[in-house]
Design a protein around this ligand. Structure first.
Ligand code: CTP
Length: 401
């Protein structure tokens, strides 16, 4: 959610400022770029050098900056416009009152007034200050500016008193902002299941039948669904790929049977399911307990058919939007339409082996999206990440129609 976002952290002078070092680390870990602007009194509580080191950016604490014996100014307008999100934490009663009234006597406030992005603030103060009508008036005014409060919690305060006024913990602030961002997204609140990668069907303890699928298409679909706000269950066969995203649950499986079980375990609770895995159609009838010796001149392995996961999901589907893939070499559109109907799908993504750069084992794909009303949309050859965007544009256009 926060990956790639420019986050401007404004720190004001309260004891909770010491927690902002953890906050910066969490934001950086979430993939955000972080810049810090702090008031003079904040720098008594937390060191600008620590913040600069953690954020990997210069810290701004005054209008004037001294560099190489020349005087320059810190451009608060540029800084405000750079931000995709601004978070003021801790927000003291003093700074909130100034924000509410347009007072602009330090660089943090000038930056706040210049920022056009959503502004979050996390109040921190003693319990009686938190309840004071003047503080409540500041909250109301900031609320009317559409600034977003990350409420203080109850607990032990620096004064030794116990009550409301403790700044939200860094983890909770990050979670709060992520929830806020995901709310406006097209797949927010939706759950998406994706199968990806090959399956390996064991012959004996060291050998298997597999295929060249890398899983890339499925992983890109998972990332795109998460970017659009969905919670994703990614059921993956063996793959060198990894994915780290708060909204993607990776379920690793090996065989088609395991993938079948995992898909059925989650299917009831999802809104969209996309089967992008290259599931082995057959598996050895018997898995040898011991490594098979090369004693015979010929070896025959009997194969039995695996269950078709996509077909089985089509049989039990209720509200889910179900999407399959088809890799065809001839009569592509007709064959894909036939699969769509046979497997009771809402749409099918067709790859033609006649298109170079399409299919599995390549970083690119060229697809045709066909829905159950036979609406056909053909796309150019592009990276699998870009293909994932196209596929979800087609899906969200239909489920949100
Ligand atoms: N699929 C599945 N379980 C299987 C086989 C396939 O879920 N045991 C899914 C794939 O993930 C894909 C679609 O079904 O979404 C592919 O359908 P399939 O009929 O297997 O297509 P092809 O592999 O192209 O099959 P065929 O060789 O029979 O044309």
């Amino acid at each position: 959610m926060l990956g790639g976002k420019n986050i401007l952290l404004g720190i004001t002078g309260g004891i909770a400022a010491y927690k902002t070092t953890f906050l910066v680390r969490l934001l950086i870990k979430a993939g955000a770029q972080v810049k810090v602007v702090l008031t003079e009194s904040a720098s008594s509580f937390v060191s600008p050098l620590t913040l600069a080191t953690l954020s990997k950016n210069e810290v701004v604490s005054s209008f004037i900056k001294e560099s190489n014996d020349t005087l320059n100014w810190n451009n608060h307008v540029e800084l405000g416009l750079w931000a995709d999100l601004m978070l003021i934490a801790p927000a003291t009663a003093n700074t909130m009152s100034k924000m509410a009234n347009g007072t602009c006597d330090n660089v943090l406030l000038a930056t706040y007034l210049s920022a056009k992005c959503p502004v979050f603030y996390a109040p921190a103060m003693d319990l009686d200050m938190y309840k004071h009508p003047s503080t409540i008036a500041s909250f109301e005014k900031l609320n009317s500016f559409e600034n977003i409060m990350i409420p203080a919690t109850s607990g032990e305060l620096a004064s030794g008193l116990h009550g409301e006024g403790r700044m939200a913990e860094p983890e909770d602030m990050v979670a709060f902002m992520k929830r806020y961002i995901s709310k406006g997204l097209p797949l927010s609140g939706k759950r998406v299941l994706i199968t990806a990668g090959p399956t390996y069907e064991a012959i004996d303890p060291v050998r298997f039948i597999g295929n060249h699928s890398t899983g890339l298409m499925g992983y890109e679909l998972a990332k795109e669904a998460a970017r659009l706000g969905a919670s994703v269950i990614l059921i993956s066969g063996p793959s060198y790929l990894t994915v780290e995203h708060d909204h993607i649950d990776l379920v690793s499986v090996v065989s088609a049977d395991q993938m079948f079980d995992a898909a059925h375990k989650h299917f009831d609770n999802v809104d969209i399911a996309i089967c992008a895995a290259a599931v082995a159609d057959y598996r050895p009838e018997v898995i040898a307990d011991q490594k098979i010796k090369k004693s015979e001149s010929k070896l025959t392995i009997n194969l039995v058919k695996n269950k078709d996961i996509l077909f089985s999901l089509g049989e039990i589907k209720k509200k889910q939007f179900l999407v399959g893939f088809a890799l065809e070499t001839e009569n592509e559109i007709e064959n894909a339409k036939g699969k769509l109907k046979k497997k009771n799908l809402d749409a099918i993504v067709l790859n033609s082996l006649n298109d170079s750069g399409a299919g599995f084992g390549t970083p690119t794909n060229k697809i045709t999206f066909i829905d159950k009303n036979s609406k056909i949309t053909a796309f150019d050859l592009k990276s699998k990440a870009a293909v994932a965007v196209d596929i979800f544009t087609e899906i969200t256009g239909r489920i949100n129609a």
